[in-house]
Structures are given as structure tokens and as C-alpha cells.
Design a binder for this molecule. Sequence first.
Ligand code: SAM
Ligand code: SF4
Length: 325
Amino acid sequence: MFTDAHHRIVDYVRLSVTDRCNLRCTYCMPEDMRFVHKKELLTDNEIISLLETLAAGGITKVRITGGEPFLRPGLLSLLKKITGIPGIQEVAITTNGVLTQPHIPALQQLGITNINLSLDTLQADRFFRITRRDRFSTVMQTLENLLQYNMQVKINVVVMEDVNTDELTAFAELTRANALSVRFIEEMPFNGQGHTFSGIAWNYHKILDTIRTAYALQKIPDAPHSTSLNYSIRGHKGNVGVIPAYSRTFCGTCNRIRISATGSIKTCLYGNNVLNIRDLMRDNEDPSLWLHAIQSAIHGRFADGFEAAQHHTARNMESMSVIGG
Ligand code: SAM
Ligand code: SF4
């Protein structure tokens, strides 16, 4: 079992399968984002061997992310192999919804029903301003189809001052007729554009207070290790949540690590890359060595995201698409 020095068990990995993206969300990456050469990416075989090793160490849940995961050629066959790895009990995906729709039946057949869809506005013109791409109607069509297929949909909304804060209640209204979860995420400084921030105008308290002006929120139990605080609204089929991604209130129960598309491991989103597992795998074929290296990286994890940030040697300018959001 993977454990850190603070007695937290790690059983969840967020694995990026590509750094490439077909959107250019302003809060995530610059317009002229540079992507790595394909040979830098973990291959399918490397991903499978790595996940087998992680599963042997106690990882039971994998979230596939990116960049945009559906841009990776052969993603579905990779997913099929991942779902077959002994010990992996749940595979989930985070996607922007642009290329997702045709794959929904296949995902369902693979038992991949937990889909996080990133959508920061319900207005087409604003979608273009945020993502720098004109794909709003496609993403909305994907949302509709996901719901038709009874997928467990969570909409991720990054809350940005002067951009979409006037839409919080419109998003909450989506949960009236639809059995989905809308999760409002505090904006983080991982935008690949070099500017960090010392505070945010919209923290989770302000987000909740704003939603409360329109709805009475009832606290509901959060799943173990959940990063979101969740609420129901009377008469609504779905629910809403806030993710204090910048306030970092959930570090005490953190059970996750992140692996980038090039094999960099982060044991905390706010910290340094602590190991490049791709390089180790390419240098040495012994999985017990990989396992040992990962365990010792996890063991050295800081107590929380504030401590990790203090020890972060690079400035907080990485893009979430590189880290693997
Ligand atoms: N391309 C996919 C998508 O957008 O769903 C997966 C990768 S994306 C990096 C994963 C998640 O990170 C998205 O929900 C996105 O909104 C979130 N994200 C990216 N940059 C962020 C930032 N600066 N602050 C908070 N969340 C961010
Ligand atoms: Fe692409 Fe997702 Fe980043 Fe938007 S948030 S630019 S969709 S990786």
C-alpha cells in the first residue's frame, strides 16, 4: 500500500495521456502553447506497465486526463487495456467534450461512466472568449448525450472574476432537471502564462454565498477523500459542489498523485515534480525498482499544498494541461 509520512494512503492516480489540446482555455494555457515531441510521451505499453505497477502498490482508481485525452490516437483501446488491469476498480475521464460524443457508447461498454466535463460558461460567445475556440454547440451536444446515456456527469466550472461569476445560478439551475453534479472550482495559478496570484477574488465561501442568494443549499455527505464540498437543492435531481482548489482545505485527506504525459510525478499539485518515472522505466526494466521509487516519492510528500508551494523551486507557471488536471 502506498502511504506518505503523514499516514495518508494513496490509492488514486490522475494520469495525463497527452499534453495536447484542441481548446486554449485562458486560465489553463497561452494561445501559443508549445507541445512536447511525441517520443517524449509515455507509450501505451509504458502506461500499462506503469499502471500494473501502481495497482500492485495499491492504486485502485485511475482518472485519465490531459491535455485533452481524446486527442490521443487509440485512446479507446488503451482504455480497454487499463480497465482490464487487476486491482484497478475504477477508471474515470476528464474531458472538454469536443471529441467525446462518438465514444460515449464504447465508454459505457467499458464501464467508464464517471465523466467530468469541463464547461465554464453556458453562453456561446463567452465560450469562445474563454477557450479561444468556437466549439460550444459541440460540447453542449456532448453533455446532452452523456445524460441520455445515464453517465455520471460532473461539470467542472472554473470560477473567474469578471468572466463567469454571473452564471453561477444558471449552472446551479442545470441541476433542477438533470441528475448531474456541477462543481465550481476555485481558479489556480497553473495557467502556463507566468503570472501567479497571491489571493483569489472568488474563493469557495464567496461562491457558496452567491449561490445561496438564489437557492437554499442543504449539505450532503461528501465521498471519502472528496475534494468537493457538496450540497443538494430541494426539488433538484442533481447537486452542486465547490472545490477549494486554491484554498486547499482538503489536503489532510488527499489520496492522489498526478502523472504527466511525459512521466513526471507530482505528489502534490502545488509542489515540484518529484520523479520522472518514464526515464526510470526506459533505463531499467525492473518493476520492483519503479515501485520502490514511487513509494519513496510518495513517502516524502509534504503535509499540505501550502508547504509544497513553499518548497516549489519553479515559479507557479506550469499549465494544468502539462501537469495533468
Ligand atoms: N482537457 C480536459 C478538460 O478540460 O476537461 C482535461 C484536462 S484539464 C487541464 C482538467 C481540468 O483542469 C479542467 O476541469 C480544467 O477546468 C481544470 N483547470 C485547468 N486550469 C485550471 C486553473 N488554472 N485553475 C483551476 N482549474 C483548472
Ligand atoms: Fe485544454 Fe482542458 Fe486546458 Fe481547456 S482546461 S485548455 S480544454 S487542457
